[in-house]
Design a binder for this molecule. Structure first.
Ligand SMILES: Nc1nc2c(ncn2[C@@H]2O[C@H](COP(=O)(O)OP(=O)(O)O)[C@@H](O)[C@H]2O)c(=O)[nH]1
Ligand SMILES: [Mg+2]
Length: 421
């Protein structure tokens, strides 16, 4: 119980969860908060689930002892999930949750609701009123997959004779044999309909009488009491732990994704800086030094993002390793870089901006490759992988559409230059 609570709390307070992720998971986090409150207050939730008109609302009313939820022979009386405290059992801690029928709302909403109900409920009463349909079986399987404790309630028992009921129970037990453990089926009559009875009086005259058979939820009530008293809090804690686990997986996946996005933005930012630096700087040789300084800064920044911080010296040697492979693999581009760097001093004129941005674009491109390679290196836990740095740089170069990146870099740098002048 306290383990579950701790893991939930830890997740909520984890400073590594970026605001962006926190926002996109806001709904889930809210569920965690609810779950925490539930645990703190020792709350337990029992939810009904099932097709429309099987008597879900009626069943909860019967348990509560009053007409809390609206029931109707018409479709769609219950529109969303609602809760009521079941005080008879526990003063304030136990809630009964009514839900719409799984066939009275559209597919997407149904999935969401199923997920919500399954996520919140500590026990699900899957209600049916006869043999199970394919869609009921599918829904039952889905709940089971959520590892939710389930009871199958066969309601409207008053509509069957004793013999029919025995047979029906057997059929149901076989159908759900692979979904539910034995003994998880309970019969009930939440709101029996009127029946016609024949009464013969003292004179031997027949009278027709309309009577309602008595409500019969004794089995279900007894079952619920036992479960709640015996394992209620354990169920709640297990449930909270499961939700926390699911959430941790989701957060983990989102973190990886966001990290990739942030890293890409970061790399591009440095690329533009470097491109601009190279384009603007009038002294050609210092271009290269300044450019390397930018790359080193980028690597240090990336290493922090990956929570594996490097010193500038270490980052410098990483840049050298990658740049060396690049030089070997694409000597011509580096040649152009140097050449254009030399050319720049002599090409002052109308086309300065264009020439400068062309050189800047090359610088941008080389930084981009360095950034991608470093990123991969960090993502792999500071490893180049089996083929070493050469293979990695080769793969990155092969994957990149050089011309479009150069064009993009050029227009971006030219735009900034124009703004700057
Ligand atoms: N014969 C009989 N009818 C029932 C029983 N429980 C509910 N009903 C009727 O079934 C209809 C649907 O009930 P409701 O609770 O609104 O179903 P829900 O859509 O599952 O919430 C209503 O007309 C109820 O009176 C029962 O145990 N026996
Ligand atoms: Mg209802």
């Amino acid at each position: 119980m306290s383990r579950a609570r701790h893991s939930l709390r830890a997740l909520l307070d984890d400073p590594r969860v970026p605001d962006q992720v926190r926002e996109s998971l806001a709904a889930d986090f809210q569920q965690v908060e609810l779950m925490l409150n539930k645990l703190d207050q020792g709350q337990l939730h029992i939810a009904v689930f099932g097709r429309v008109s099987v008597g879900k609302s009626a069943l909860l009313n019967a348990l509560l002892g009053h007409e809390e939820f609206r029931t109707s022979p018409l479709h769609g009386e219950t529109r969303d999930a609602r809760a009521a405290a079941w005080r008879e059992v526990d003063a304030g801690g136990l809630y009964l949750i009514d839900t719409p029928g799984i066939d009275e709302i559209d597919g997407e909403t149904r999935e969401r609701l199923a997920h919500e109900v399954a996520g919140r409920a500590d026990l699900v009463l899957f209600v049916c009123d006869g043999d199970l349909t394919q869609s009921e079986l599918a829904a039952l399987r889905r709940l089971r997959a959520h590892q939710r404790p389930l009871l199958l309630v066969l309601n409207k028992a008053d509509r069957y004779t004793r013999e029919e009921l025995v047979l029906l129970e057997q059929t149901l037990a076989e159908r759900v044999a692979d979904i539910l453990p034995a003994g998880h089926i309970v019969t009930a009559a939440a709101k029996p309909g009127e029946r016609l009875y024949l009464q013969i009086d003292a004179e031997g005259n027949e009278h027709e009488l309309r009577r309602r058979p008595p409500v019969d939820i004794a089995l279900l009530r007894e079952r619920l009491w036992t479960i709640m008293a015996g394992e209620g809090q354990t169920l709640a804690a297990v449930n909270a732990g499961l939700v926390a686990g699911e959430l941790a997986d989701q957060v983990g996946a989102r973190l990886v994704e966001v990290k990739r996005e942030v890293a890409d933005k970061l790399v591009r930012g440095y690329c533009v800086t470097k491109g601009l630096l190279v384009a603007i700087n009038p002294v050609p040789v210092t271009d290269l030094f300044a450019a390397i300084a930018v790359d080193v800064g980028m690597i240090v920044h990336l290493s922090r993002l990956h929570e594996s911080p490097l010193t500038r010296a270490e980052a410098g040697s990483l840049v050298r390793t990658i740049a060396m492979q690049m030089a070997l693999l694409m000597g011509t581009v580096w040649g152009v870089h140097l050449l254009s760097s030399l050319l720049k001093t002599t090409s002052f004129g109308l086309s300065t901006v264009l020439t400068a941005s062309a050189q800047g674009a090359v610088a941008y491109y080389s930084s981009y490759v360095i950034g991608l390679a470093a990123n991969r290196y960090f993502a792999q836990g500071r490893s180049w992988g089996v083929g070493g740095p050469k293979r990695m740089v080769q793969e990155i170069l092969d994957d990149l559409d050089r011309d479009s990146i150069l064009a993009e870099a050029r227009s971006e740098i030219a735009a900034r230059l124009r703004n700057a002048v």
